[in-house]
Design a protein around this ligand. Structure first.
Ligand code: ZN
Length: 228
């Protein structure tokens, strides 16, 4: 099992339409599914789509058990999903995304969905999902089509975000400035940096410096939470 780096807003893989998984792929995908669970849990997420770790395939993992109402639910993988039906009922809820750190926004979505998909044994299933679980599934499903939650926010609520989004890409936002200084083009493209993220060792994070100063202990903890 391994923790993968989570790709950030601005990466082209997040805007690509992902390819379906075939039955032949499944044996090689089992270790990747395990890695995706580990990566999602490490980042304290409730869902993670394969494109978010750079794999453009139609697969995502879900674990909503950190939410009190769903504490008895078990993690599961969704492969090649099709949304067969959605309810007329919609609701609004504040969403976030591991690929767009520090940003949240209200998104309207259908309350209930009927989903056809394949499980980790490539067995076809059709199930109805409601409320928060239906929302998380729709958010992850969108990732497979290159759609992000910010695309679905109302124009007014999104208006204030364009600068922040731009800032994530170019590193000028104060909230992400430490990130930008470390993982700007120079660092993010470095194999060494990705290896460090993969290894997830605090001692290795300490080797990373911003341009001005070393990272504080607190920053290292925050970084590990967000970027695995
Ligand atoms: Zn997301």
């Amino acid at each position: 099992m391994a923790i993968h780096p989570i790709v950030l807003y601005g990466s082209p893989v997040l805007r690509k339409k992902a390819k379906p998984v075939t039955a032949d792929n499944m044996s090689t995908l089992i270790p990747l599914i395990e890695d995706m669970y580990e990566t999602m849990h490490n980042a304290h997420g409730v869902g993670l789509a394969a494109p978010q770790i750079g794999k453009s395939i139609r697969m995502f993992v879900i674990d909503v058990s950190p939410i009190e109402e769903y504490k008895h639910s078990v993690p599961f993988v969704v492969i090649n999903p099709h949304i067969l039906a959605v309810s007329n009922d919609q609701n609004s809820y504040e969403e976030g995304c591991l690929s767009i750190p520090f940003l949240k926004g209200d998104v309207m979505r259908p309350t209930n969905i009927k989903l056809k998909f394949r499980d980790e044994k490539f067995v076809s299933k059709t199930l109805v999902f409601n409320d928060f679980l239906a929302r998380v599934i729709q958010h992850e499903f969108d990732h497979l089509n290159g759609v992000l939650f910010i695309d679905k926010m109302s124009k007014t609520s999104k208006a204030g975000l364009s600068e922040k989004l731009q800032a994530i890409q170019n590193g000028s936002d104060r909230n992400v400035s430490d990130y930008a200084r470390i993982s700007g083009i120079e660092y993010l493209k470095s194999e060494d940096f990705l290896t460090m993220l993969n290894n997830n060792k605090t001692s290795e994070f300490k080797k990373i410096h911003t341009k001005d100063r070393p990272l504080s202990e607190k920053e290292i903890i925050e970084w590990k939470k967000i970027f695995g």
